[in-house]
Design a protein around this ligand. Sequence first.
Ligand code: ADP
Ligand code: MG
Length: 143
Amino acid sequence: MLIETNTPEETFALGKKIGAEAKPGSVYTLIGDLGVGKTVFTQGIAQGLGIEEAVSSPTFTIVQVYEEGRMPFYHFDVYRIGDVEEMEEIGYEEYFYGDGFTIIEWANLIEEILPDHYTRITIEKDLEKGFDYRRILIEEVTH
Ligand code: ADP
Ligand code: MG
């Protein structure tokens, strides 16, 4: 599915809708360059899950856990990860295969440990269509 947005609010609203409809055990990956709107989208998801707490990028930890919503929310940012062993050390399986909602920024860096089924969100700019234009692709991936 392809969705185009022209404001941060629209990207937030799309995330919120996904968060509101999400089922426990969902894994989403989030691909896109710096400043494309991954955090805006993730904040929308958090609100859709009923999380009031402010959500930002997990800068110093690989995963940030939010428990206050209608299911746990696991926000991974694996940008600074050295190798997949670091994921083993934090026990990623408890998150990926648990009853929460998992979102993984920069998931392409840990491709080999992604579950057999997940939803891939790709956000891209297209400057010809304006600074605030974003193309958001939502794909079901099955290996
Ligand atoms: P990332 O987490 O991908 O590095 P952020 O979500 O932190 O990016 O920042 C995205 C920036 O782009 C914000 O400043 C936001 O206001 C701006 N922006 C402009 N248009 C959009 C849009 N259509 N969707 C999302 N963000 C947008
Ligand atoms: Mg970010």
